[in-house]
Write a protein that binds this ligand. Structure first.
Ligand SMILES: Nc1ncnc2c1ncn2[C@@H]1O[C@H](COP(=O)(O)OP(=O)(O)OP(=O)(O)O)[C@@H](O)[C@H]1O
Length: 318
């Protein structure tokens, strides 16, 4: 779907992006992760030609982006800006309707789509006539997302989409984001410096440092198969929590006791972390899990920890 091939960008002495190459598959969410100044935003902005590379090529759906008219290209790519970037003198409705107006949709179609989106994004209808500064940060963030989604583009670029929010709001919006059907149909490239966010939302993560890619892989690959010291150290502070979140009951299946009762069955796709959360919040002594072969396991909190440690000690990931 998106192919980035040997792309570089320099600003005077600064090499912002150096020979970066990656592919994004259709309907995949690729997260660009790295510390401040490592070239994430520059890379993202080259995909919709807000920045032109000095070298290299970017291809979307088999067509080089420089062979396309910039306006046509951008109409097919939703863009969620860093720091939200709503127009302060436009109402919320006007902010969301910017692209449909450019596309010359009729009034009724715009109105229907705007209403559909604010419902999906849990914004009150009364907010439509308000201005951005009359909304909370979380609500503004949702408007930014609605604006990017309104014309149903196949590609979505998101630059720190939750960056302006406090931690609590950030976590809850992220959960909603993960559940939003409309986003599941999109090919997404997202920038963040937040490791937890990258692991929660990314199908694959592209870890960058000083304008270069250090590693691209699934969250599991980055955690268990770091390719260099940088990749290893980058995750060290959060490694244990990430491991609990990335491993599923399926991964540790053979280390868990067999079922004695089959009530309260959950899917074995659940992460070990979520299973621990469920046990804690429901106060059930155990949970029953079922896998694709319809085998069943009964699992207590202690079983989870034991099976998780066994998985790691046995080097099951190697
Ligand atoms: N317009 C510009 N002029 C000069 N230098 C720039 C410009 N844009 C970016 N840079 C430099 O290029 C490098 C990469 O910047 P970029 O914004 O891509 O990083 P980033 O990883 O997105 O950082 P952040 O997370 O802080 O936004 C930085 O050293 C930055 O200072």
């Amino acid at each position: 779907m998106i192919e980035v091939k040997g792309v570089s960008k320099e600003y005077g002495e600064t090499i912002a992006v150096n020979q970066v190459s990656f592919d994004v598959k259709e309907k995949e969410n690729l997260v660009l992760l790295g510390t401040s100044g490592c070239g994430k935003t520059t890379t993202l902005k080259m995909i919709n030609r807000l920045i032109n590379p000095d070298e290299g090529e970017i291809i979307i759906n088999g067509q080089s982006i420089i062979s396309q008219n910039t306006e046509t290209l951008r109409k097919g790519i939703g863009y969620v800006m860093q720091n939200i970037g709503l127009f302060p003198h436009y109402t919320i409705e006007e902010n969301i309707a910017v692209v449909p107006k450019l596309l010359k949709w009729d009034k009724k179609k715009i109105q229907d789509r705007v209403h559909e989106l604010i419902k999906k994004l849990h914004l009150p209808a009364s907010s439509l006539k308000l201005f951005p500064n009359e909304l909370s940060g979380g609500q503004q963030q949702r408007v930014g997302l609605a604006r990017a989604l309104v014309a149903d583009p196949a590609v979505l670029l998101m630059d720190e989409p939750f960056g302006a929010l406090d931690n609590v709001t950030r976590t809850s919006i992220r959960k909603e984001f993960n559940d939003l059907e409309e986003l599941k149909r999109k090919t997404i490239v997202m920038v963040t410096h937040d490791v937890e966010e990258a692991f929660e939302l990314g199908d694959r993560i592209c870890l960058m440092d000083k304008g270069e890619i250090m590693q691209i892989g699934t969250p599991k690959e980055l955690l268990f198969y770091p390719v260099n010291d940088f990749a290893r150290k980058f995750l060290d502070g959060q490694r244990l929590a990430l491991e609990f979140k990335v491993l599923t009951i399926n991964d540790i299946w053979e280390n868990l006791p067999n079922a004695t009762n089959k009530t309260k069955e959950f899917s074995a796709d659940m992460s070990v972390w979520d299973a621990m959360e469920k046990l804690r919040s429901t106060h059930f002594a155990d949970l029953a899990f079922i896998n694709n072969n319809k085998d069943c396991k009964n699992v207590t909190f202690d079983d989870l920890i034991k099976a998780f440690n066994q998985y790691k000690n046995l080097g099951k990931h190697e």
